[in-house]
Design a protein around this ligand. Structure first.
Ligand code: FE2
Ligand code: FE2
Length: 291
């Protein structure tokens, strides 16, 4: 009986893709792992690597109970490879191949394009972690700090998700792309990330909340699109990533909401009606609404 709901936690890499039975893939992932940890230390959250952080970790792909919560040191987080359960007899929903069975292997004619899509998606995930690297220094509260780190470890897991696809289905060039995902760096002059938005600085928490409000929302649309892919492993991977994405947008939405609420309360208390009275509003120690 296949039990794709449950995740195998015994090995180095938690997974529900039968890694134990696929020695080649397991070797590829295990040899990528140390470089990944180096990347996490060098470009992941600055400070706090030794702290115990209360985090959720995906332990199942069952929508009814897919995560467990507990204190973890971030470098010891169990980044895993998780696919949503297969849909029986899934068919391609659009385009020239509409109605045909979804592809379980990469179709030769679309190989280059699929690889490109996966690389671009994969590149955004570590980029976001890099952009948010220093925000722990200025967290407004412990609550926000925890949310930040939750987003960071999950974006990093999304990198694993894409690296899995590259290493499993794209052979040697997939392995090279997986290395390059650790080599590029957000905002770097010589080796920037692939998309412009992921090379912008995220220097403060307003930027972070705007990022999780808009950019993660855009990411959600993109994941929804990819989850319709005729290439079934990509579809299943992205479907599970969407489970985690909801919280990222919650962070943005509730963060922006709290800022606006605080500004309005301070303005009321000070008897200010004009939102464009920017200097007076800022003098209250809150962010003015036009900003
Ligand atoms: Fe992500
Ligand atoms: Fe996200």
């Amino acid at each position: 009986m296949s039990d794709a709901m449950n995740v195998d936690y015994d090995g180095l890499i938690p997974n529900n893709v039968g890694l134990n039975a696929d020695a080649r893939l397991r070797r590829a992932l295990e040899s990528w792992h140390p470089g990944y940890l180096d990347w996490w230390q060098a470009r992941g959250p600055e400070g706090f690597q030794e702290s115990l952080v209360y985090l959720r970790t995906a332990v199942s792909v069952d929508p009814e109970g897919w995560a467990k919560f507990g204190y973890v040191r971030m470098p010891e987080y169990r980044w895993g490879i998780l696919l949503a359960p297969a849909v029986e007899d899934r068919r391609i929903a659009f385009g020239a191949h509409k109605g045909e069975p979804a592809w379980q292997e990469v179709p030769g004619e679309h190989r280059a394009m699929l690889r490109r899509l996966i690389v671009v998606q994969g590149d955004t995930e570590p980029a976001a972690v890099e952009q948010q690297r220093y925000l722990g220094r200025t967290a407004p509260s412990l609550y926000d700090l925890r949310n930040l780190f939750q987003v960071s470890v999950e974006e990093a897991r999304h990198l694993w998700a894409m690296v899995y696809l590259l290493q499993k289905y794209f052979g040697r060039d997939g392995r090279e792309e997986a290395e390059d995902l650790l080599r590029r760096r957000s905002g770097d002059q010589d080796t920037p990330r692939l998309l412009g938005a992921f090379n912008e600085a995220t220097p403060d928490w307003l930027s972070f909340f705007m990022f999780t409000f808009f950019t993660d929302r855009d990411g959600k649309m993109q994941l929804h699109a990819l989850s319709q892919s005729g290439f079934d492993p990509l579809s299943r991977t992205c479907r599970f990533m969407l489970t985690e994405e909801a919280h990222h947008m919650f962070v943005g939405q509730s963060g922006i909401g709290r800022i606006i609420e605080r500004t309005c309360a301070a303005m009321r208390a000070a008897g200010i009606d004009d939102p464009y009275d920017i200097e007076r509003v800022r003098a209250l120690g809150v962010i003015d609404l036009p900003t």
